[in-house]
Design a binder for this molecule. Structure first.
Ligand code: BGC
Length: 466
């Protein structure tokens, strides 16, 4: 199995997870967590609202500097290129360019820092893919104004627009590929319903979250317009967190019905809105046409992280559980966060996405938490998932690029520094020392030679595919 010559192979990162971000809302949350010793979790992969798992165990320097990318990006990006990567996905931190609310122009030192990153990308022949909102924002954005905070503020879009214009003016000439929003549905659920990410709210019903949902869609439409005015041939889109949602008990009709509903609500409602221009929210009867939204996707971004099961309760049909894995299925590969790998679901999502929207697809994230030095699960994930992506391409799905999450270990939100997603391991307390895991070489070999029968057989055994 080989891949198109112009295929983009890369890794993905986000500013908040790897860089110093002293003025972000996440950093404000981190400071509050440290001050109040809120370091618990329900279990790996199950965050406790208001807490960051085991954060107190790390030195201030690690918590503040994350991976020390600020000082080490030259070597990190050169290393990515040495794996045969020709692209790199990252985010530009709004909070670094505009650390204060009243600023009209971006902070010169922060802009110069990103100039340095762009220069390193150029030097290493890495095509940039730039994300504008990857979960974090300036802290000041959450100050209450007219009783509203964050994306719900009346002036939210004006501020976001200023940021997007500044990014476009300074780096637009070097960027062809843009991602306006990373996983908006995760931001909504984790931030406004589960309360495990800032703003740590627990609104009860989907209806209560719709003002944030529509604000994000407006932000996307605004960015789409600005970036296209600056460069009509730019590729602008956003990326969705996807899972294969399946019935826990295939024989239970309600599990199956609810699994399909959850999939529609979590993945397709938003993309359908980008296609049609009207947001319709599953199970709410809500419908609103959003100006500038229709057709505002040049590609569809897919982040894929495995399988979730839906378990219903016939005595209360509106309640259901989302299980991260089937613990009774001994053949299921479960990662350190309790997530179930499911390569076939990746193929199916790609096929379904193309069938619905007929747009090019970029895989903007795919990866797993595996902290071991012989990261076998990550190697297996790479081979089996890229093989499934290749199968979809063979069937005519125009997948144009794959970005592995992530280049190196990083700050995994409410999981703190515990979950390890890196092709490269970081020894945080030993000067942020980088050590590539074996999967880095597996990725390099796939990029160079594709996936041959030997490589495939070595890793695909578990899935019964010879
Ligand atoms: C996010 C990343 C995150 C990764 C692993 C995605 O939900 O975009 O920021 O680190 O998954 O959890």
């Amino acid at each position: 199995m080989t891949f198109p010559r112009d295929f983009l192979w890369g890794t993905a990162t986000a500013a908040e997870q790897i860089e110093e971000t002293p003025d972000s809302n996440w950093q404000a949350f981190v400071s509050d967590v440290l001050k109040n010793n809120r370091f618990e979790s329900i279990g790996p992969g199950e965050a406790k609202p208001g807490h960051i798992r085991n954060l107190g165990a790390w030195s201030k320097s690690v918590v503040f500097r994350k991976t020390n990318f600020n000082e080490m990006y030259t070597e990190d990006l050169a290393y990515a290129a040495s794996l045969g990567n020709n692209a790199y996905r990252f985010s530009i931190a709004w909070d670094k360019l505009f650390p204060r609310e009243d600023m009209k122009e971006p902070d010169p030192a922060a802009a110069a820092y990103y100039d340095g990153i762009f220069a390193a990308l150029k030097k290493n022949h890495l095509t940039p893919s730039v994300t504008l909102f990857h979960f974090s924002t300036p802290a000041w954005f959450w100050r209450e104004k007219n009783g509203k905070r964050g994306w719900e503020r009346d002036d939210a879009l004006d501020h976001f627009e200023r940021f997007v214009r500044a990014v476009s003016a300074r780096w637009g000439g070097q960027v062809h590929h843009w991602c306006t929003l990373n996983e908006p549905m995760v931001f909504l659920y984790a931030g406004y319903m589960e309360g495990v990410h800032p703003p740590l709210e627990k609104r009860k019903r989907m209806e209560d979250v719709i003002p944030v949902f529509t604000a994000l869609l407006k932000a996307h439409a605004t960015a789409y317009k600005i970036l296209h005015e600056a460069n009509p041939s730019a590729e602008v889109g956003l990326t969705m967190h996807t899972r294969a949602f399946e019935a826990y008990r295939n024989y239970a009709p309600l599990d199956r019905i609810l699994a399909a509903k959850v999939e529609q609500a979590f993945i397709w409602d938003l993309l359908d809105a980008l296609q049609s221009g009207t947001l319709r929210v599953t199970n709410t009867g809500y419908s609103e046409e959003i100006p500038g939204l229709k057709g505002s996707m040049d590609y569809v971004g897919i982040n894929y992280y495995g399988r979730h099961y839906i378990l219903s309760d016939i005595t209360s049909p509106k309640q259901f559980k989302v299980l991260m894995a089937d613990k009774a299925d001994l053949s299921e590969r479960i990662n350190e966060l309790g997530w179930a790998h499911y390569p076939k679901g990746f193929h199916d999502i790609l096929v379904e996405t193309f069938g619905r929207y007929k747009k090019p697809i970029y895989v903007m994230e795919n990866g797993t938490a595996d902290s071991s030095s012989n990261d076998y699960y990550r190697q297996e994930l790479l081979v089996t998932h890229i093989a499934e992506m290749g199968r979809a391409i063979g069937e005519g799905v125009p997948v144009k690029g794959y970005f592995h999450w992530s280049l190196m270990d990083n700050f995994e939100w409410a999981e703190g520094f515990e979950a390890r997603f890196g092709l490269v391991a970081i020894d945080y307390e030993a000067g942020f020392k980088r050590t590539p895991r074996p999967s880095a070489n597996v990725y390099a070999s796939i990029i160079k030679d594709g996936i041959g029968p030997e490589l495939y057989k070595k890793y695909a055994v578990l899935y019964g595919e010879k």
